[in-house]
Design a binder for this molecule. Structure first.
Ligand SMILES: [Zn+2]
Length: 142
């Protein structure tokens, strides 16, 4: 654990948080920023930077709780949909280097996330197949 990680401090009870749920492997709490009410973070208790470092048990627990928290947020707060996101690294504007999923209620035209600044390229199928092969060659499946 990192002594300067705010999320580890929340896990250890050293920093305040409005906790939604906690178990052996995960914890969920209300984000300080409530652009739309109901913004929650779901994180592993292990200090890891991002999904690339997840072990199988923690990954399973995290996805299960992400599903349950999202269902509860959707029922509890006004929304016309929800966004779930996890940023990795500087280019993605990751602010806390401890893996966290945002669960964020969405309202019509709230402009919370705009994914593409302009129309994306739509490559031919053979290029997509090549990308799939490149990724498959690096995939570790047990
Ligand atoms: Zn941490």
């Amino acid at each position: 654990m990192s002594p300067i990680c705010i999320f580890c401090e929340i896990i250890q009870g050293k920093a305040p948080a409005s906790i939604v749920h906690e178990d052996e492997l995960t914890i969920s709490f209300v984000d300080l920023r409530q652009f739309n009410a109901g913004h929650v973070l779901v994180i592993p208790k292990t200090h890891i930077n991002d999904v690339r470092e997840l072990d199988q048990d923690t990954a399973g627990a995290l996805m299960m709780h992400l599903s349950k928290i999202t269902k509860a947020v959707a029922q509890a707060f006004p929304n016309d949909g929800l966004s779930i996101w996890h940023s990795i690294g500087l280019a993605a504007f990751q602010e806390v280097p401890h893996l966290h999923f945002h669960v964020h209620p969405r309202l019509p035209n709230d402009d919370v996330l705009s994914v593409y600044p302009s129309a994306p390229v739509l490559p031919e199928r053979h290029v997509l197949d090549e990308f799939a092969q490149i990724i498959r060659s690096r995939l570790e499946v047990k």
